[in-house]
Design a protein around this ligand. Structure first.
Ligand code: AMP
Length: 356
């Protein structure tokens, strides 16, 4: 089987027996909960983990589990998944743990456009995409010797902020850098970090219409709790702490809900729309959930430091809906919205447009 057969595989699926499948991690509770609310079957792929905690959440417990020992073994589940008429819902951990390359070739229908992976998995192609869409990003510094302001140094592919560090000059950079890993240096943008959770549907023209067709939704916003940077200030100055051997880290431990000043919303939608329109020009377009990860400055500028092109864990506070999704439909989460799009795809005969 190969990915070029997805259309054929899908032609044998029917909404009455389709199964929403995802990896048991990240936002799986929300994805299963949303699919079940829409009356779809659900399947959890559990890699070497205890699934007992799902018993505590019966409305989100998948109808069935497939258990494997390692992430590599997921590849062997292809036939079984297709037999169950599975549609995979990729989330951040699914793609990261399986590997973007392996995921992109996995011959099981998957929600969204897999071509986006080529543009998303590398920080430099992400930057090309977003800046060519007219989106403001933190400035990049190509040579560490030119560091003339506080910067954030990030390692490529490091998700959840692992390993990132702040440097205020070249000396500090040299003290902390691990040259064995690829890194980028960005100006440190001072402001509040907001993560906007969008959903682009090519199947509907209702709501906020996008040039060229389809509609853009902004379902919710979160910010992340990051350990230990968010708590470090309680212990004294960062300089003092560094001397004691405590260094700030950005590892995500949780998320909390946000609403933004209403006057920012036009800009938030313009950014989302520009991202979608440019993606259509570059690779046939984003489909479904994506998030712009931003910093809002005290001048109310919004700088995007990253894009995530699938459901993000920051949507998890909104399993029962958000202050924004409540104005679209009651109890609408991103997980449920995905299931609705699958339903709509089958109902309109356009499922091929949201699956790859
Ligand atoms: P990332 O690896 O891009 O997700 O970044 C890790 C964390 O660093 C983010 O969650 C933010 O808290 C923070 N961050 C990322 N980029 C910047 C930036 N340019 N300026 C300030 N903080 C940033």
């Amino acid at each position: 089987m190969s990915i070029s057969n997805i259309g054929k595989i899908l032609s044998e699926y029917d909404i009455s027996d389709v199964t929403v499948a995802t990896l048991c991690s990240h936002s799986s509770l929300q994805i299963f909960h949303g699919a079940k609310k829409e009356g779809l079957r659900t399947l959890g792929i559990a890699v070497d983990r205890d699934t007992k905690f799902y018993d505590a959440y019966p409305l989100a417990k998948p109808d069935e589990f497939l258990k494997v020992k390692s992430y590599r073994d997921i590849e062997e589940l292809g036939d079984e998944l297709v037999r169950r008429h599975a549609i995979l819902v990729p989330h951040g951990s699914f793609v990261e743990y399986m590997g973007a390359d392996r995921f992109s070739k996995f011959p099981v229908p998957s929600f969204g456009n897999r071509d986006v992976l080529k543009w998303e998995s590398d920080r430099s192609t992400q930057r090309k995409w977003l800046t060519s869409a007219g989106i403001a990003m933190p400035e990049e510094i190509d040579d560490a010797r030119k560091i003339d302001r506080p910067v954030l140094v990030k390692y490529s592919g490091a998700k959840g902020g692992r390993g990132a560090f702040i440097a205020k000059d070249y000396m500090e950079f040299k003290m902390a850098i691990d040259y064995s890993q690829q890194h980028t240096i960005q100006e440190y943008v001072l402001g509040t970090r907001y993560y906007f959770h969008y959903f682009y549907s090519p199947l509907t023209d209702a709501g906020y219409r996008v040039k060229g067709g389809g509609s853009l939704e902004m379902l919710s916003i979160d910010r992340r709790d990051e350990s230990n940077i968010d708590e470090l200030y309680k212990l004294g100055s960062v300089e003092e702490l560094k001397r004691l051997g405590f260094f700030p880290t950005f590892v995500v431990t949780g998320n909390y809900p946000v609403v933004v000043r209403e006057s920012l919303l036009p800009k938030v939608f313009e950014m989302g729309e520009a991202t979608v329109s440019k993606s259509q020009e570059l690779f046939g377009g984003l489909v479904g959930p994506f998030a712009l990860e931003t910093i809002v400055t005290d001048k109310l500028e919004i700088k995007v430091f990253e894009i995530s092109t699938r459901i993000v864990a920051g949507t998890n506070p909104f399993v029962g809906g958000s202050p924004y999704s409540e104005m679209m439909a009651p109890g609408l989460s991103t997980g449920r919205r995905i299931a609705q799009e699958i339903r709509l795809g089958f109902a309109t005969g356009r499922i091929g447009e949201v699956i790859s």
